[in-house]
Write a protein that binds this ligand. Structure first.
Ligand code: S3P
Length: 170
């Protein structure tokens, strides 16, 4: 395995919950880009989007993962925000950092998990399913491009996801 494990995927795909479990299992350090940005800015993600705009948030994401690469960080399970892999530059930085895994979930599952969510600015207003579908249409191929492994998570336990992850193929 490469030195870090990076989890990418849509909002609600389970990157954070699986990532925390995985880090414990593998005695690695868990890091979440959203959490780090909120901590360093001292404000919530909706506030960053509202006051500074999405592009500014995206720049913060890029700066953060670039710093990880420059610092030569290792032994991390890194869960990244759902929109972070949209930038090509970010997909390249993530690949430099370690093994990138796309946790894929079906739209039905995502809908179930994200309905009523108030903490994710891109899902506010209108029908959540339509918002997910629109974003997924733009992002699915980018997630695939950015990942070395793709794991379908629906109906799988964390142990089963890990088993899949360790199989040596995409
Ligand atoms: C976003 C996903 C969120 C967070 C922000 C934007 C996105 O992270 O970074 O609300 O563009 O998909 P999670 O994927 O952890 O929910």
């Amino acid at each position: 395995m490469k030195r870090n494990i990076i989890l990418i995927g849509f909002m609600g795909a389970g990157k954070t919950s699986f990532g925390k479990w995985l880090a414990k299992e593998k005695c690695m350090e868990f890091v979440d880009t959203d959490e780090m940005i909120v901590k360093s800015q001292g404000v919530s993600i909706p506030e960053i989007f509202e006051k500074q705009g999405e592009e500014c948030f995206r720049d913060m994401e890029t700066a953060l993962i670039r710093k990880f690469v420059e610092e030569g960080r290792n032994n991390l399970v890194l869960s990244v925000g759902g929109g972070l892999p949209v930038r090509k530059q970010n997909r390249e930085l993530l690949k430099e950092l370690g093994l990138v895994i796309y946790l894929r979930a079906t739209v039905d599952t995502l809908c179930e998990r994200l309905r009523g969510d108030t903490g994710r600015p891109l899902l506010q207003g209108g029908d959540v399913r339509n918002r997910i579908l629109t974003l997924m249409e733009k992002r699915a191929a980018l997630y695939e491009d950015g990942a070395e492994r793709i794991i379908d998570t629906d109906g799988r336990t964390f142990e089963e996801i890990l088993e899949k992850m360790e199989e040596d193929r995409k």
